[in-house]
Design a protein around this ligand. Structure first.
Ligand code: ATP
Length: 200
């Protein structure tokens, strides 16, 4: 019987190093699916544009006829109804793309494993897309220090994190933990060790 290739997803707090670790876990022949990137592409498709205009109005468009993501974001976030609508349009399409991506990776000789970069993977019930959860551990102070360039304060980090499952839950349900609180070299080593463990 053909063995399925591992499908990983990386969890962790804001600024913990999820993107950094995901990139390290790509190794030589891993494939990365980015939900955000897919969402951006979908916002350029005529079908999606039409639906969003019918709900939010024409002023979400910029001069070139494309969706102005900044304006759309301003419309969506203060208003739960708007966010629900946007997600009802985008999420099924992104999920379909993710499934197609996984299927393609599973059937491509040159792909050894897949990585899913999907914000709110647990919160939106997408856990069943992946086979291995990796938690990136990093203390609050260090995370705050690393995202300081974004001009967030401690309160903002907390507000954004309160919209997500508690980190303790994410850690406890994960299959592996990578500690990213120290130098990058140490994280790199842990990622390499993990790949050795899960790849044939
Ligand atoms: P977000 O929650 O915003 O998606 P994230 O969890 O994906 O963030 P990264 O973007 O990977 O986190 O890392 C946050 C910042 O910290 C980046 O600027 C990154 O370069 C830096 N960083 C990550 N790991 C380390 C490390 N071990 N040492 C020093 N800097 C690091």
């Amino acid at each position: 019987m053909k063995k399925e290739k591992p499908v990983l997803a990386v969890l962790g707090g804001i600024g913990s190093g999820k993107t950094t670790v995901s990139n390290l876990l790509l190794g030589e022949k891993g494939w990365l699916f980015s939900a955000d990137q897919e969402a951006h592409l979908l916002l350029e498709t005529p079908d999606v544009v039409e639906k969003l205009i019918s709900f939010f109005g024409k002023d979400i468009l910029s001069g070139d006829g494309l969706i102005n993501r900044k304006v759309l974001g301003e419309r969506v976030f203060p208003d739960k109804v708007g966010l629900d609508y946007l997600e009802s349009i985008l999420h099924p399409l992104i999920r379909k793309k993710a499934l197609e991506f996984i299927e393609k990776g599973q059937n491509t000789h040159d792909c050894t494993h897949l990585l899913l970069d999907i914000p709110l993977l647990l919160e939106k019930n997408w856990r069943n897309l992946c086979t291995i959860l990796v938690f990136v551990k990093c203390g609050d102070e260090k995370r705050l220090q690393r995202v300081r360039g974004r001009n967030w304060n401690e309160g903002e980090l907390e507000i954004r994190e309160n919209a997500q499952f508690p980190l303790t839950t994410k850690e406890s349900i994960s299959d592996y933990i990578i500690d990213n609180s120290a130098e990058l070299d140490q994280t790199r080593q842990q990622a390499a060790d993990l790949l050795k463990l899960i790849l044939p």
